[in-house]
Design a protein around this ligand. Structure first.
Ligand SMILES: Cc1cc2nc3c(=O)[nH]c(=O)nc-3n(C[C@H](O)[C@H](O)[C@H](O)COP(=O)(O)O)c2cc1C
Length: 185
């Protein structure tokens, strides 16, 4: 079983990437985690380019999503919404709509921002967008506000309440993939 982690930030020192690393450590035994790092390479969506074969970076995105049993997104908030590069990647992933790689895929959304509210608006919008693709959006939220104070020098999440919340979301996401794995076994 594999969970793919996608951070909506391109910054090497991203708090959202650190949040995914923290989440990986909380996954149940037997669940593999892969941090996807191809976001910056994904071109702007253009329907003219959305053909077979897909642009290489898009093919890598779709393959990574198709190969995962579940996806954990960690999004920053840009101007009260989803960063453009993340929305763009979901748009590519969402086509062709009927058979897109996110359809029926368990997904969960968490987020971190340096503002007070921990990217709650961006998280809500990302859940809405993911639901539109047909993904199975798992309930639960982790809103890491004032992110610059929540991670230690090694990038570890140091707020116990947030760790508990993250564990709940990660557990709920893992629980969603277990039935599918059981069916396949
Ligand atoms: C263009 C832009 C818009 C932003 N808008 C918001 C915002 O609406 N709310 C907020 O809390 N933080 C906002 N921020 C601050 C981000 O929360 C902060 O840069 C955060 O560290 C980004 O996540 P990262 O560390 O994963 O890159 C904004 C940052 C940028 C660059």
């Amino acid at each position: 079983m594999k969970v793919l982690g996608i951070a909506g930030s391109l910054r090497p020192d991203s708090y959202n990437r650190a949040l995914l690393v923290a989440a990986a450590e909380l996954l149940p035994d037997g669940v593999e985690f892969e941090l996807w790092d191809g976001l910056k390479a994904v071109p702007p969506y253009d329907e003219v380019d959305d053909v077979i074969p897909a642009p290489a970076a898009v093919a890598r995105l779709r393959d990574a999503l198709a190969g995962a049993d579940a996806v954990l997104f960690a999004t920053p908030e840009y101007n009260s919404s989803i960063p453009g590069q993340l929305k763009n990647a979901v748009d590519w992933a969402s086509r062709p709509l009927a058979t897109n790689v996110l359809r029926n895929k368990p997904v969960a959304v968490v987020g971190a921002s340096t503002g007070a509210f921990g990217a709650v608006w961006a998280q809500a919008e990302l859940r809405k967008v993911l639901a539109a693709t047909g993904a199975r959006v798992v309930e639960g939220e982790v809103a890491v506000g004032h992110a610059q104070r929540r991670f230690d020098a090694d990038g570890r999440l140091r707020d116990e309440n947030l760790v508990v919340q993250l564990q709940e979301v990660v557990g709920a996401l893992a629980a969603e993939i277990r039935p599918r794995a059981a069916v396949a076994a």
